[in-house]
Write a protein that binds this ligand. Structure first.
Ligand code: MN3
Length: 214
């Protein structure tokens, strides 16, 4: 089944918080229920609310009902909150309870072409993601020039990535994603994340995006 790319993240004219694709305790012992609930119900929900507020302000400016002087702050707020909303939606969906099978099909070929092997991908992804500071992410995506896979480390998620980059797999490394359980041990959290990767969803995104480039 192909993934519906983010269609559930916007409903009836508003950004919406999609429910978790599994019970909140389904990822234990890799990710504990308290971390998942706090992260989804508070942090992710706050991005959704912030994105709607910012979009509403920009709409009112466009309609002449709010001062254009609000636009710079509103555009920054929309970039921050909407980036957070999109990345968190991708994050929940690209995990699933273990055991997970590794990548297959076209995605496996693309991974081999760029990273040589799954171990090679994990080596690059871990090294890039371990170094991220603050509100950051590790991202595996397809870049539009070569249409090959690329790993990005994002320090501030509202900053532009490679323009046109299509994210396939994202890992939140802001401390709220792991600190309750793993404290400052990001490497152990990344071990857990690798065990939770839903490669079927990643492969589905890969197929959808590559067809988009055709
Ligand atoms: Mn987060």
């Amino acid at each position: 089944m192909e993934t519906q790319l983010l269609t559930h993240a916007y409903q009836a004219g508003k950004y919406a918080l999609p429910p978790l694709p599994y019970p909140a305790d389904a990822l234990t012992p890799y990710l504990d229920e308290a971390t998942v609930l706090l992260h989804h119900d508070k942090h992710h929900a706050a991005y959704v609310a912030g994105a709607n507020d910012a979009a509403d302000t920009l709409r009112r400016i466009a309609q002449g009902d709010a001062s254009p002087s609000l636009a710079p702050a509103a555009t920054l707020s929309l970039a921050f909150n909407l980036s957070g909303h999109i990345l968190h939606t991708l994050y929940w969906e690209n995990m699933a309870p273990p055991p997970q099978e590794g990548p297959g099909g076209e995605l496996a070929d693309a991974m081999a072409a760029t990273f040589d092997s799954l171990d090679g991908f994990q080596r690059v992804f871990r090294a890039a993601t371990m170094a991220v500071q603050g509100s950051g992410w590790g991202i595996l995506g397809v870049e539009p020039a070569s249409r090959r896979l690329v790993v990005c480390a994002v320090q501030k998620h509202q900053d532009a990535l490679i323009p046109g980059l299509k994210p396939l797999l994202v890992c939140d490394v802001w401390e709220h994603a792991y600190y309750l359980h793993y404290r400052n041990n990001r490497s152990s959290y990344l071990d857990a994340f690798f065990a939770l990767i839903n490669w079927e969803v990643v492969a589905s995104r890969f197929r959808s995006y590559c067809h988009g480039y055709a």
